[in-house]
Design a protein around this ligand. Structure first.
Ligand SMILES: *[C@@H]1O[C@H](CO)[C@@H](O)[C@H](O)[C@H]1NC(C)=O
Ligand SMILES: *[C@@H]1O[C@H](CO)[C@@H](O)[C@H](O)[C@H]1NC(C)=O
Ligand SMILES: *[C@@H]1O[C@H](CO)[C@@H](O)[C@H](O)[C@H]1NC(C)=O
Length: 514
């Protein structure tokens, strides 16, 4: 009988697993964000789920069980908005500006996502979903989509957990050692850094509660009129997946409904195109792979910076493989450029000695999985923090873009290529990063299926969402205990005084009698 129940349970798990209909909405128009969402959607489809994946990127290949929805309006508006300025322009912007900037960008993405024709079609269809997965990037209003479909709300954030995101699951935001991701402090902050970190948290919390949340509330009710308060939706978050790994990111205390799936986008190595394979095979002196990622274009480096980089490369005996989106007149003989490069497969090649990167998380995970050390030129967002982690762990050198000079770049490369400790450390880290119980996609799928099986899994949520801020920090209790202490001290003094008075008067009486 018991074994029958077990068989039945397993069968029902398998059937529910196979039957799930899942809607994924990944509106942020950055290729790395799309990559994370698409890897997740693809992985779920491969396990037999019916997945609808909406993103501002056109799907080229057709994948079984995966229906792609192109968010064309989002794509157009994002192109318009971001075409005006180069990413290099915001390298100099301080956290005071970045924190409100990111919140406003999240609001903007929420609005244009709801307004997109394809999303409107989905919302107005009679379709049902067993779970709704949305990208959480200060896009709180989008939780209304899960509400609309009466399905568990699952969030995915393409950077690691931090004080920027932890309010969604009420996970601990400890300001003494968890840095705001835009400040890029490490876990060991100085007194001054702790002051700045707590002020940044204050800025972010106040900006959210005074400006962002009321605006999200408006967007939410404009598009999902019957939705409850935004805060009720946030409290109802079932699962939050993060593109991070404690080995690479920072180890943090996390609520049980937070799951780290960094490396989910890693694919088994594929064969390289012949020209690249030959180039890498023939470069016995070693290859430096250089890419600034999908959003930052190498061709947008100012001319002077570009010339400086080429001068440094021309003095190296190693070959350089550079993802460069244009022609590059005057490039030295040892530099090879391509508009696009299969990064994971290149990093897997044994002749690749070093990766020059902008410090994005995906590239960081890929290079470390293959044990390749990094020189980073971080520009904005979490890149500086990712690079600091690489420096602290001994497998990277960081030259923030705004401090970039030819001398610094040259000596960083000399140090990296001359000192084997960096690549040794990267290889050690690779072993740690590869040591996983199951593949990250299986971990993500397990938890998504778990949440579907258990109707949103409210039992995983911490109680912190139910507390007011003064209860959360125990301020009411501390105040109460201080009051008690004051009262006790007062009472003690009164008693002592009374006793003393009595004793003294007795003494005086005795003296008088004598
Ligand atoms: C949804 O169902 C309703 C009632 O069954 C029907 O009137 C409506 O046309 C359907 N809408 C779509 C988009 O299929
Ligand atoms: C919370 O999520 C569940 C699904 O997990 C849904 O049925 C319910 O309506 C949601 N409640 C609120 C207040 O969002
Ligand atoms: C950043 O600002 C500093 C000083 O204000 C300036 O010297 C530097 O050129 C700026 N860098 C960029 C990339 O704009």
């Amino acid at each position: 009988m018991r074994s029958l129940t077990i068989v039945f349970n397993i069968l029902s798990i398998i059937t529910i697993g196979n039957a799930a209909k899942i809607l994924c909405v990944f509106p942020v128009s950055a290729h790395s964000h799309y990559t994370i969402g698409h890897s997740l959607a693809k992985g779920l489809a491969a396990r037999g789920h019916q997945v609808t994946f909406a993103a501002p990127f056109e799907e080229k290949e057709s994948i079984k069980n995966l229906k792609s929805v192109y968010l064309e309006d989002v794509k157009k508006q994002a192109e318009e908005r971001f075409s005006k300025s180069s990413i290099f322009d915001i390298a100099n912007v301080s956290a005071i500006v970045i924190i409100p900037f990111m919140s406003k960008m999240g609001l903007w993405f929420s609005e244009i996502t709801y307004a997109d024709k394809a999303i409107q079609t989905i919302l107005n269809s009679n379709e049902t979903y067993d779970a709704v997965i949305t990208e959480a990037f200060a896009t709180d209003a989008l939780q209304g989509i899960a509400y609309h479909f009466n399905a568990p709300s699952i969030l995915v954030t393409t950077i690691g957990p931090s004080t920027w995101t932890n309010y969604l699951t009420a996970s601990p935001s400890v300001y003494s050692y968890i840095s705001n991701p835009f400040l890029s402090f490490t876990q060991k902050m100085t007194f001054y850094q702790r002051i700045i970190n707590i002020l940044a948290a204050f800025l972010q919390t106040s900006f959210n509660s005074i400006y962002s949340f009321p605006q999200h509330e408006k967007i939410l009710h404009k598009y999902v009129p019957d939705a409850p308060n935004l805060y009720d939706l946030i409290k109802n978050t079932s699962l939050h997946l993060f593109n991070s790994d404690p080995v690479l990111h920072v180890p943090l205390p996390l609520a049980p409904n937070i799951v780290e799936i960094g490396g989910i986008h890693i694919e088994p190595p594929k064969k390289l195109p012949d020209d690249l394979q030959n180039f890498l095979d023939d470069s016995k002196e070693g290859v430096i792979y250089f890419s600034m990622g999908g959003n930052v274009k190498s061709k947008e480096f100012p001319q002077a910076t570009r010339d400086a980089i080429l001068r440094v490369f021309s003095k190296l005996k190693e070959k350089v493989l550079w993802k460069f989106e244009d022609d590059l007149p005057g490039k030295p003989k040892n530099v090879e450029i391509r508009k696009w490069l299969p990064q994971q497969d290149i990093l897997a090649h044994p002749n690749v000695k070093l990766f020059i990167t902008h410090g994005g998380l995906l590239g960081g995970i890929e290079s470390l999985l293959h044990g390749v050390p990094v020189v980073g030129i971080p520009i904005f967002g979490d890149q500086a923090l990712n690079m600091k982690n690489a420096v602290n762990r001994g497998y990277g050198i960081s030259i923030p873009y705004k401090e970039f000079t030819e001398e610094k770049f040259s000596s960083a490369l000399q140090e990296m290529l001359g000192n084997p400790s960096y690549s040794q450390k990267a290889k050690e880290m690779s072993i740690l990063l590869n040591d996983k119980q199951v593949k990250q996609i299986d971990k993500a799928a397990y938890w998504i299926e778990y949440v579907i099986r258990h109707k949103g899994a409210p039992h995983l949520r911490v109680a912190a969402h139910e507390l007011t801020w003064y209860q959360y920090y125990s301020l009411d209790v501390i105040l109460f205990l201080i009051l008690i202490k004051i009262v006790l001290i007062k009472v003690f003094w009164i008693v002592v005084k009374k006793l003393c008075n009595r004793l003294c008067s007795r003494k005086q009486n005795k003296q008088k009698q004598n």
